[in-house]
Design a protein around this ligand. Structure first.
Ligand SMILES: [Zn+2]
Length: 320
């Protein structure tokens, strides 16, 4: 998926063989595929540092073209939206990768701006899914950790990049210094480099039972639980922190609805704030999301065939 801006053909969070620059909205790996082909990028310095800290990819940031503005997306530290002024196409365009309207735990709060055309992520297209109040989720995590660490070991599973740092911050605010695995630690160090205070210790894999509260990348949760159980007589309490907790049941004792995405209700708030004339949805839930938006009166279309965004936009411009 790419858009053409004069000398630049900019891929949007994806690999596009026609593109000569990547817009990388943030450092999650499902948004960085374009960097495997070409290291030139429009992105924040935080995103560059995060990508380089956990992969062999190097990122060469280019200056923003005059007609482009990067706006905070509120998703994770360094996340941005791509705004294109209207002097090139005759209409303005805003592309959001992942974003949220809620106050983020660690990221910069989202900036919204009017755009004629909005290209929007469709991760949570379900009108009946409403995320829990973030303050209540934070309180619940802190209460759970404080209570259970007196009885045994508390083990959190989360994405290593973004969510785990939020957990460290939430636990720190409750006076707890968690142990973290090396993937989480690597990302913590980038956050610290960019001014975020995070207190943690490295998890001792030989003796994980020495930690009362630990955070591991979610795929390691079961293995680590068994490892602690084999070495400690105390109980092990497991917890997941994910937006998907509203949809899936994880194999943990509890699951907290800590998300850095917009749910459907936040998406409506976002669209209303940007006040676009047309909304293109993209991602695996693009059709469903567009259908729900159309039912609420928006001119909304799924970008199913993402190779021809330009053609779609140029066709659309005559209607704007
Ligand atoms: Zn993301």
């Amino acid at each position: 998926m790419a858009i053409s801006l004069g000398e630049y053909n900019i891929s949007l969070d994806s690999r596009d063989d026609e593109a000569n620059v990547n817009f990388v909205s943030h450092a999650h790996s499902d948004h960085t595929a374009g960097l495997k082909k070409n290291k030139k990028a429009l992105a924040s310095t935080v995103t560059k540092d995060l990508v380089e800290s956990r992969s062999s990819m190097s990122v060469e940031l280019i200056d923003e073209p005059d007609c482009v503005q990067l706006l905070n997306a509120g998703h994770m530290l360094g996340s941005r939206q791509l705004f294109v002024q209207n002097d090139l196409y005759g209409y303005s365009l805003l592309y959001s990768g992942d974003y949220q309207m809620d106050e983020p735990v660690l990221a910069e709060k989202i900036e919204t701006k009017h755009a004629d055309v909005l290209i929007i992520d469709s991760t949570y297209p379900y009108p009946d899914v409403k995320f829990d109040d973030k303050k209540e989720v934070v309180d619940a995590i802190q209460f759970y950790a404080r209570t259970k660490m007196e009885k045994g070991h508390v083990l959190f599973g989360a994405y290593a990049v973004g969510r785990s740092q939020e957990l460290v911050k939430i636990l720190n605010d409750a006076g707890i210094t968690p142990a973290v695995d090396e993937k989480v630690a690597r990302t913590n160090e980038v956050y610290k480099k960019h001014g975020i205070k995070l207190d943690y210790v490295p998890l001792d894999f030989e003796h994980p039972e020495t930690s009362s509260v630990a955070i591991v990348e979610q795929s390691r949760l079961k293995t680590m639980r068994e490892s602690i159980r084999a070495r400690s007589v105390k109980q092990v309490f497991t917890a997941m922190a994910s937006g998907w907790s509203k949809i899936f049941r994880f194999e943990t004792d509890v699951q907290f609805n800590l998300s850095d995405h917009a749910d459907f209700h936040q998406a409506l708030e976002y669209i209303n704030a940007c006040d676009p004339k047309i909304v293109f949805t993209f991602g695996s839930n693009a059709k469903l999301f567009a259908r729900h938006l159309s039912a609420r009166g928006f001119d909304s279309r799924p970008l199913v065939n993402t190779s021809d965004v330009n053609a779609l936009l140029l066709n659309t411009s005559s209607n704007l």
